[in-house]
Every structure is written in structure tokens, then in C-alpha cells.
Design a protein around this ligand. Structure first.
Ligand SMILES: O=C(O)[C@@H]1C=C(O)[C@@H](O)[C@H](O)C1
Length: 151
């Protein structure tokens, strides 16, 4: 059965391509979503992409995933470091998720060293730039195939 992966990008990631390219690279969010969509398809999954600058909209989108999404790949942006609400939404819908960052927050300002998600994530990918997205989708697709085999 085809699997559905939800890709969530949080605040300011809509600026990718021109936003501090020395940190976040030159790939646009559209470039990233296009590559992730193709990667998912090549692995027999379907990717649904979502981006919002608003915490509540991200929470609502996570709620909407219940019953129709098998895995979530999320770059929460700055909400990584602040949002109990997004943590609670992910735990509340009980969908496995991968936490993803373009940069390696552990090499940056101390306030970026804290994540409200990492201890509950199936995997944390950071520091790989745009390649992290295709790596996360590959992990998600394989994670779901292993789950299927265990059924
Ligand atoms: O590397 C990233 O993708 C993350 C993206 C952001 O917007 C920052 O607020 C995070 O601290 C890091």
C-alpha cells in the first residue's frame, strides 16, 4: 500500500535561496520540495509538502495528518527551540516523525542547541543542507517499509 509522508517546513524557510545562504544554502523551498517529492516517488511513497510561518497553522496541519499520513518530516525552523505546542501535536497524533535542520544548530548560538522534539524523533538529521531533506525522505520510506514487514 502506498505510503504518505508529510513534509512540514516552519517559519522563514519560505525565504530559502536568499536567506543567509552561507548558513542555509542557495536551494529554494520549491527546489527542496521538488527533490523530496521525486525521492518519495522513487521509493513508492507520496510526499505532501506544507510550509507556514505560524505555529498554530503547523499544529493544525499536524492534526489534519491523523489517519492519512504515515510519517512526518519536519523542519520546525525556530519553533524547534521554543514550541511545546508542536511537540504536543506530534505526540498527540502518534505519527512517527523525523526532525530535520539544514544547518547544524549545535554549532550555532546556544539558544539553538535546545530542541523540544529531538527526544521523541525517530531520527534527527542536521547539517546536511538540502541533501538532508532527501535523506530524511529515504529514511522515512524505509522506516515505513520495515514497519510493514513487521505487521
Ligand atoms: O537549520 C535549520 O534548518 C533551522 C532553521 C531555522 O529557521 C532556524 O531557526 C533553526 O535554528 C535552524
Amino acid at each position: 500500500m502506498g505510503r504518505f509522508i508529510l513534509l512540514i517546513n516552519g517559519p522563514n524557510l519560505n525565504l530559502l535561496g536568499t536567506r543567509e545562504p552561507h548558513i542555509y544554502g542557495h536551494a529554494t523551498l520549491n527546489d527542496i520540495a521538488t527533490a523530496a517529492t521525486a525521492q518519495a516517488k522513487s521509493l513508492g511513497a507520496t510526499l505532501v509538502a506544507f510550509q507556514s510561518n505560524h505555529e498554530g497553522a503547523i499544529v493544525d496541519r499536524i492534526h489534519e495528518a491523523r489517519g492519512n499520513i504515515d510519517a512526518i518530516v519536519i523542519n520546525p525552523g525556530a519553533y524547534t527551540h521554543t514550541s511545546v505546542a508542536i511537540r504536543d501535536a506530534l505526540l498527540g497524533v502518534d505519527i512517527p516523525f523525523i526532525e530535520l535542520h539544514l544547518s547544524n544548530p549545535h554549532t550555532r548560538e546556544p539558544f539553538r542547541h535546545v530542541s523540544y522534539l529531538s527526544d521523541k524523533a525517530a531520527s534527527v538529521i542536521c547539517g546536511m543542507g538540502a541533501h538532508g531533506y532527501t535523506a530524511a525522505v529515504e529514511f522515512a520510506a524505509n522506516y515505513l517499509k520495515i514497519k510493514d514487514r513487521k505487521r
